[in-house]
Design a protein around this ligand. Structure first.
Ligand code: RIB
Length: 320
């Protein structure tokens, strides 16, 4: 089977880890690089986690460090969601691998050029590295076959009223990528929420984990605590089995792996708000053509749920 070359730009991150596991387990994917960015936690943390995942999963790829801050807006993080170390406090074995001496955007360009236009880029965090690659290398866009991104929101945001965290984390970078002309498949927040699973489903899926079991158990424990905190805050009874959990980044990996007849998308012209303090990072979908822009995004609308859950189940079972 011919493999598709893939680079992953991420801020691991609990859901980044699941997304990376799905791609590492896929027999038709050849991960060429994992590049790291600021995001869920700081760059040193996301890079440590990427190196640890690379070694633990046995991924033969380059790990390269990228931006430690956004292009213009202040640095943010989501450690309240992912834990201080980015992986729900779980410590993978210390990695033997070290990051490349080269910066993420330089590695992205070199590998994309080597793949001669066949490279797929999966972006799971703020898009700073991708934007820098686009700005530094004018021909970079010619070598990226498609970007699968987790980011944006056609509705409300999660880390601000109207902005989803990855885009809120660097709205200017998102705008650079949206204007680049690179084909984009967007797994926005609404799409990821449509793929939410219950605590019972999570426990079933993760029960197939072997080598990954200790980390997956830590992730379940982490979400169980979140469920209990939410119940306490709302004065309700904690019921983890029916608690809704969104593994956001896994939807981007699933979009890549199931693209075609298992994934429904709609084409839209999308821009990112970079001027307004209240709406900074909002992705604006031009539903009625008022902005008169040519469609630049395939927005994920629906995925075959059984196939999506099967990808996660098979991926966690793959590593022994
Ligand atoms: O809004 C969800 C996104 O923000 C995911 O990529 C998650 O890892 C966080 O970075």
């Amino acid at each position: 089977m011919s493999k598709i070359p893939v680079m992953i730009d991420a801020d691991p991150g609990i859901d980044d880890a699941i997304a990376i596991i799905m791609l590492a387990a896929a027999e038709n994917v050849d991960i060429k690089a994992i590049t790291t960015t600021h995001g869920n936690v700081g760059l040193e943390g996301t890079t440590k986690n990427a190196l640890a995942l690379k070694d633990f999963l046995g991924i033969d790829c380059i790990v390269a460090k990228g931006a430690d801050r956004p292009m213009i807006v202040p640095l943010k993080n989501a450690s309240e969601i992912h834990g201080a170390n980015g992986l729900a406090g779980y410590e993978l074995p210390a990695p033997a691998s070290v990051p490349s001496e080269e910066k993420a955007w330089d590695v992205m360009y070199t590998l994309a050029k080597e793949a001669q236009g066949e490279m797929t880029l999966v972006v799971l965090g703020p898009m700073t590295n991708t934007a820098i690659a686009i700005l530094k290398y004018p021909d970079f866009k010619n070598y990226i076959k498609r970007i699968y991104m987790m980011g944006g929101s056609r509705g409300h945001g999660n880390h601000s009223q109207n902005a989803e965290f990855n885009i809120w984390g660097d709205p200017h970078a998102c705008q650079v990528v949206l204007k680049s002309g690179i084909p984009i498949t967007m797994a926005d927040l609404d799409f990821t929420f449509s793929n939410a699973i219950t605590g019972a489903e999570m426990k079933e899926l993760y029960s197939y984990g072997k080598k990954l079991k200790p980390m997956l158990d830590a992730f379940v424990a982490h979400d169980t605590k979140r469920c209990m905190r939410q119940a306490e805050a709302t004065g309700t009874v904690a019921d983890f089995d029916s608690y809704k959990i969104v593994i956001c980044d896994s939807s981007a990996s699933a979009a890549l792996l199931l693209d075609g007849d298992c994934l429904e998308t709609e084409d839209y012209y999308v821009v990112c708000e970079t001027q307004s303090s209240e709406n900074e990072g909002q992705t604006v979908f031009d539903y009625k053509g008022h902005l008169k822009g040519e469609a630049n995004v395939q927005l994920c609308m629906k995925i075959d749920r059984e196939k999506y859950l099967g990808l996660i189940r098979d991926a966690v079972a793959h590593f022994e």
